[in-house]
Design a protein around this ligand. Structure first.
Ligand code: SAH
Length: 343
């Protein structure tokens, strides 16, 4: 089946032309797809014949809500979507003053193996398609009734490990005839695939890059993030500096505070040294406990923040949303898998 929803406008034009359709059909079909129709029958201004042809040849299989948890504390909603092949992924809707933000997944599972992360425990099953990423934004908006203005690629999966598909998704969700979400309203988070960061830099997109750093020294970082074993922190910062030079965009460094692992003053000092000369911003994240992991939340978040600030580093501490609904990466999918006997 043809994945029509992952097509960009040019590909769709060519596809419809081959079906002997007039040029104006392209925009019509594109708009319907990006408005979140659940079947070709809803495309009421197309001929019955064309709808039948599309049904026969193309995949249009929006996700269904498998589970939905609404936080009583702050209105955060966590969706567990069931995809057409039975796999499940998570999307989180967060309500901030500056707008509604949706956190989407880029893969079913993850193969990066970070020690603190629930998404990677059972490995990677497959990449998502661009349409499946777009659907998370579209159907979260439709189901919740909340107009989405911001997107973060911080859900399950490593977006730069699904590079071409993610680039295609960005183009789709950014399209004026589609959801029209500006690049400056999109953040992409990576565990640090340096070659891919370099490739992204060359595209000069105006999105915000978040780098999941979590430790400033190779010994600690390699212990908790296997991706570090082959490249190292020095090389990662090289790519980050290059990214800033190419795009002019400040990088945001994610740092989950883990008790006795990455929360010492000397690590704050080293982190500050790495950041010298490149505008960046550190986001300290209180660790979310994952049952299967021995890692515990740090009790030194404020002290670590102070120490970084004493070196002139800009630091924020992430506010916890949806604390009552398993609203951190991979935890809801994990729960579902355990209940179904997958380990
Ligand atoms: N693979 C990408 C994006 C997904 S994870 C990445 O690594 O950036 C989104 C963020 O949540 C990352 O910074 C990740 O390191 C962090 N994270 C994962 N598990 C966590 C946990 N248990 N507590 C706090 N942050 C966590």
């Amino acid at each position: 089946m043809i994945d029509i929803k992952s097509m960009d406008m040019d590909e769709l034009a060519l596809f419809l032309k081959e079906m002997d359709q007039p040029a104006f059909r392209t925009k019509q079909v594109f708009r319907w797809l990006h408005r979140g129709v659940r079947s070709f029958d809803e495309m009421t201004d197309l001929s019955k014949h064309l709808r039948e042809q599309l049904k026969e040849r193309c995949l249009l299989a929006p996700p269904t809500v498998e589970r939905k948890q609404v936080s009583a504390l702050d209105g955060t909603i966590k969706y567990l979507w069931r995809l057409h092949d039975g796999n499940c992924i998570e999307t989180v809707l967060m309500r901030y003053k500056h707008g509604n933000t949706v956190c989407i997944s880029s893969q079913v599972g993850c193969r990066m193996g970070c020690a603190f992360c629930a998404s990677t425990l059972a490995g990677k099953v497959r990449n998502l398609t661009s349409a499946e990423m777009l659907d998370q934004v579209l159907f979260t908006q439709i189901d919740s009734g909340a107009a989405i203005s911001n997107i973060v690629l911080m859900g399950i999966g490593e977006p730069l490990d699904n590079f071409d598909t993610v680039m295609r998704f960005l183009k789709l969700v950014n399209h004026p005839e589609g959801m029209n979400i500006g690049m400056r309203h999109i953040s992409l988070s990576t565990c640090g695939l340096v070659d891919r960061i370099d490739e992204l830099a060359d595209r000069q997109l105006q999105l915000t890059l978040s780098v999941s750093l979590h430790a400033p020294d190779d010994e600690t970082r390699s212990k908790i993030m296997p991706v570090n074993r082959s490249v190292g922190v020095e090389r990662l910062f090289q790519s980050c500096r290059r990214y800033f030079e190419k795009t002019g965009r400040r990088i945001s460094y994610e740092y989950a505070m883990i008790d006795g692992v990455n929360d010492s003053d000397w690590q704050a000092d080293l982190l500050a040294r790495h950041l010298k000369g490149t505008p960046g911003h550190v986001n300290l994240i209180p660790l979310n406990e994952v049952k299967e992991s021995p890692l515990r939340p740090s009790r030194r978040v404020a002290a670590f923040q102070k120490r970084l600030e004493s070196h002139g580093v800009t630091v924020t501490v992430r506010r916890k949303l949806g604390g009552d609904i398993d609203a951190s990466c991979g935890q809801l999918r994990r729960k579902q898998m355990l209940e179904q006997g997958v380990r």
